[in-house]
Design a protein around this ligand. Sequence first.
Ligand code: 1PR
Length: 542
Amino acid sequence: MFRHFLHGIYAAGDTIDMITLLDYGAGNVRSVINAIEKLGEGVSIVQTSGDILAAEKLVFPGVGSFGNMIRILHQKGYMAPLSDYLNSGRPFLGICLGMQALFEKSEEAPGLKGLGILKGCVRRFNIKRSVPHIGWNGVNIKQASPIFTGLNGNEKFYFVHSYYVDAADPSVALTTTDYEIEFVSSVQTGNIIATQFHPEKSGTSGLRLFENFVSGNRETTLPASISTETTLAKRIIACLDVRSNDQGDLVVTKGDQYDVREDGNVRNLGKPVELAGRYYEEGADEITFLNITGFRDFPLEDMPMLHVLRETSKTVFVPLTIGGGIRDYTDKNGKTYTALEVAAEYFRSGADKISIGSDAVLIVEAYLKTGQKTGKSAIEKISEVYGNQAVVISIDPRRVYVRSPDQVSHTVVPTDIPGPKGETYCWFQCTIKGGREGRDLDAVTLARTCEELGAGEILLNCIDRDGTNAGFDIELINAVKQAVSIPVIASSGAGSAAHFLEVFEKTGAEAALAAGIFHRKEVPISNVKAYLNGNVEIRPTP
Ligand code: 1PR
């Protein structure tokens, strides 16, 4: 067994409560390791099936798709040892797919059997609301548990999934959560506890839950507050546009309509890891890093964003998205990488989601030309391996005004903001390479097609609004939101807390992202949340 890190000094005779982590190599388990290590515990990673059998406390964070997970568990010979471990009565914590694996089967991979420790099936959400269910939602507590110690019951936890467990025996439900339907969001039977949500991504509440598991606390607690219905919160996301300045330092920068230079120099608004830490403390529900010069061909191992992710994920326990440069490319030394390899490196370094910008435009253009899915595009490949919830499409559109809708073959919308010649219609033109190149494709078609190819979320920027403090482009957001059934993150233009309320009241966006007002400390995240509180469901600032 490979001991990852060991904190603390142990006197002879001390029993070292080692946590064993089952990582089958399909996603970000770094955050789970970081969360356990933050609690001062050692983590050992399973290398052989014998390690599972020898474990004292096993944590199984499942990431990706059910089918991929079960196939790898079979290939590695882990299915039988896992069943033996689960039947042994020793403590087990399953997370996300690690919970779904306990059931008999999943609609995600018909024909493949799960562990069958619990009776029931994993089903896909068949609802009107956006799928995946992404974000912070609450739990209705159904039974007392040792993992609730120190929690008051009205905390929100981070969910990201398209499938939920339909347990045949309702008595195993530890909590349920509401998202159009009420589903089982965690289970408990004997020493087996498993959650659909991600404690390692759920800030201090999630860490508390981990601590209760890791400490071996056996005392069952029923929190003071028992809700009967939960609501998904609108997310407030802090975005860090990152690039090297002319001195070669990696800095957080910020553009005005994508122009990040002032007096010829790249604006420097701080250091990426430090700023991300600040936003976590201030209550950001997610943090997004965009490597805005990712279209340049760096050798992958030199990508400075890998270091940023590794360091950030040690102290920031909310979801991290990374964008910029996710595509197939050949570096300056002639070495070729696939987008999947680039994404894999980011996930290993601590990213929960990757975001694809320029390449998504080129993929959609190619697909629309032939009408044939190749299965080989970055969107298809990465969503196949890591699940569609891990694939965000970052769109950089710019308004193009027209006199009438039939003037172009794009999705045209009427606008209340007339163009320079009084035009009352516009379409939203996709750009690539950070707005440097406009393409003959509109943002609505791009978003819809990316969903069809397997994307799980849209990050909708707006070049016209970026850095202007003029508010979000409501017409753009509505046009895209109405075309897709995956979550949409509204971005660009936030200048006040009132702009966040406006975007949530006037559009169906699930999240709103801002950069400039947070970097310049004009409006702290906590003020945005205080302003929204009472009007819009939010995750309270910790
Ligand atoms: O094309 O896959 O390599 O990804 C590059 C990524 O970098 C894309 O997601 C693209 O949006 C981003 N990007 C490229 N150039 C710039 C630039 O600013 N010159 N930044 C850039 C995009 C937009 C948002 C910004 C919001 C909120 N910046 O990230 O944070 O507009 O800003 P505000 O609140 O201050 O208005 P690829």
